[in-house]
Design a protein around this ligand. Structure first.
Ligand code: ADP
Ligand code: TRP
Length: 319
């Protein structure tokens, strides 16, 4: 089984990225041949500067390696190191109806937020389809918000195969319902766009301060509280063991346990959970040569695979 996912280097990664995408992708690396890439072509649609893009790309590589990505198991690479996907994007464009792209939520959301539309933003899902199809991926672990893009990929692949012959494997999205949407400080979906996020490798003081700002209801210390509707608990359960979760649920329901206490517990549990990742990241920061060597090896393996698919697609289309 081929498992593939990508993430944009568009800022510091946060807990939503970790639980929604990184952790599932890293866990799946033992269940098949995994491909994971840093989507820097996609990030060009929103990048602020070349230096920032380069730095963010390197940061994402460090983050994944620190969090347990094993380059022996996962083909880990930069999207732009495989230019074959841009050619494949063009070939797929031919079978992509305008209406399919016009219906994409992420495109519509960006327009609604006043981001000026250009062709790259509109064609973004076709590049994503090329990423997925180039490696004949079976499974694509992503957060809920990316599900539609995987569905678009399936539509494009089916259409291409019907028109030109069986070139592409039809992929399935893999979405963990239990952590499908990690809430941010305000209870909305955690996202750097909403600036309600907690960074994975944030500074200790800042992280603690952010956690203390998590929005809760205004129940007093002695009142019983509902863990199921509480943002603090929603984050806590991502880090804590089942027993510890049950203990906090009981404290909530019994009353006499304030949100301040719960937040402190959340911070301590989260900080401890991430400690080994921080140690590994620190070590990797001083070994850029190693990080680059991983990406260079990933590039070779990814290109080989993408080139095969591209050749088959070109041939099928009469090029
Ligand atoms: P952001 O919203 O911060 O810009 P991205 O859109 O770049 O994050 O998301 C990168 C990956 O992380 C995607 O696979 C996405 O589905 C996942 N992801 C992002 N935020 C969350 C969240 N709050 N909960 C679950 N998954 C998320
Ligand atoms: N669009 C995805 C995101 O913003 C990143 C991405 C690009 C991706 N190509 C992909 C994810 C292919 C999965 C498969 O998160």
């Amino acid at each position: 089984m081929r498992i593939l996912s990508g993430i944009q280097p568009s800022g510091k990664l946060h807990l939503g990225n970790y639980f929604g995408m990184m952790k599932p992708a890293i866990e799946l690396q033992s269940e098949g041949q995994a491909y994971l890439f840093i989507a820097n072509y996609h990030a060009l649609t929103t990048s602020s500067s070349p230096d920032a893009l380069r730095a963010a790309t390197h940061d994402v590589a460090l983050d994944f390696l620190a969090c347990g990505l094993d380059p022996e198991k996962t083909v880990f690479f930069r999207q732009s190191d495989v230019p074959e996907v841009t050619e494949l994007t063009w070939l797929l464009s031919v079978v992509t109806p305008m209406g399919l792209l016009e219906r994409c939520h992420s495109y519509k959301d960006k327009l609604a937020r006043g981001i000026p539309a250009n062709h790259a933003l509109f064609a973004y899902p076709v590049l994503m389809a090329a990423d997925i199809l180039a490696y004949q991926s079976n499974l694509v672990p992503v957060g809920k918000d990316q599900k539609q893009h995987v569905e678009v990929t399936r539509d494009i692949a089916v259409k291409f195969n019907n028109q030109f012959g069986e070139v592409f494997t039809i992929p399935e999205p893999s979405i963990r319902e239990s952590v499908a949407v990690v809430p941010g400080l305000d209870g909305e979906k955690m996202s750097k766009t909403y600036n309600n996020h907690i960074e994975l490798f944030g500074d200790e003081k800042e992280t603690k301060a952010k956690i203390m700002r998590i929005v809760t209801d205004s129940k007093g210390l002695h009142e019983p509280k509902d863990p199921q509707t509480c943002n603090v608990f929603a984050l806590y359960r991502l880090f804590a063991s089942e027993d510890d979760c049950r203990e906090m649920e009981n404290l909530y329901r019994n009353g006499g346990y304030g949100y301040g206490e719960a937040k402190k517990k959340l911070f301590a549990t989260m900080w401890e959970y991430l400690a080994p990742f921080r140690v590994k990241r620190k070590h990797l920061e001083s070994d850029s040569a190693y990080v680059e060597s991983v990406l260079a090896a990933g590039k070779e393996r990814a290109r080989e695979e993408a080139a095969k698919t591209l050749a088959a697609a070109r041939m099928a289309m009469g090029l």
